[in-house]
Design a protein around this ligand. Structure first.
Ligand SMILES: N[C@@H](CCC(=O)N[C@@H](CS)C(=O)NCC(=O)O)C(=O)O
Length: 220
């Protein structure tokens, strides 16, 4: 049985849980999950650091293979655990999805993460509201690029749902929740209609509800 290390509230663990659900794999039957990270701890123990020297979640064990980096775990899961080949696509679709995954990890998340951590993790007296607002406003600009893509295709890599959509939708959900919870700190959130329609499709056509959060996980 596969073993997934990570708390359910982590964006990166949620990517993996959502992907496992899309593949029809069930917690307790096909994989076990161990709560780790934040107040659960366990991610700095010598045993854990042997699995993932970064001390971060998610970390996946599948037999002798140990993987960390959430997006890599998604790539692995659809290669190794997708007997119906639901996610096996033509090369163009596959690499469009990969492109958005790299953009999510290398561009989108580092931008909005500043506002996210500032508002949900930093104590109030340590917050730099100018930096937080800038992070949020920069994220608005970036999501304009995704919105343009979604004007052309129903999902990020074409007209079918793929793992790139998983990584992006979890960023977008935090973008929405941050503005809902702290509108005076984030500044304006533009209406991006193609993103709105895509999120509705994601909610109704995928297993997003398995990981969807109604409110921000604020840890102080
Ligand atoms: N690039 C890594 C980042 C992993 C990461 O930053 N994980 C966070 C949770 S989202 C973590 O483990 N934080 C420490 C903790 O939860 O205690 C990935 O995509 O998996």
């Amino acid at each position: 049985m596969m073993r997934l290390w990570g708390r359910r509230s982590s964006i990166n663990v949620q990517k993996v849980l959502w992907c496992l659900a899309e593949l029809g794999l069930e917690e307790g039957k096909d994989f076990e999950r161990i709560d780790a990270g934040l107040h659960f701890g366990k991610n700095r123990t010598p045993e854990f650091l042997k699995l993932n020297p970064n001390g971060l979640v998610p970390t996946l064990e599948d037999g002798n293979l140990v993987l960390w980096e959430s997006n890599t775990i998604l790539r692995y899961l659809i290669r190794q655990h997708d007997p119906a080949n639901r996610f096996a696509k033509d090369i163009a679709t596959q690499y469009q999805s990969e492109k958005w995954m790299d953009w999510q990890l290398g561009t989108m998340w580092p931008t909005i993460r500043i506002a996210f951590l500032g508002l949900t993790r930093a104590p109030e007296n340590e917050r730099n509201y100018e930096v937080i607002r800038k992070s949020y406003q920069d994220a608005n600009q970036l999501l304009g690029l995704l919105d343009q893509q979604l004007a052309r295709t129903t999902f990020c890599s074409g007209n079918s749902f793929h793992i790139g959509d998983i990584t992006l939708a979890l960023c977008v959900s935090r973008w929405i929740l941050l503005h809902q919870t702290f509108p005076d700190k984030t500044g304006e959130r533009p209406q991006l209609h193609n993103i709105d329609s895509w999120m509705k499709r994601i909610e109704t056509e995928t297993k997003y509800s398995m990981v969807a959060e109604k409110e921000l996980n604020i840890v102080k």
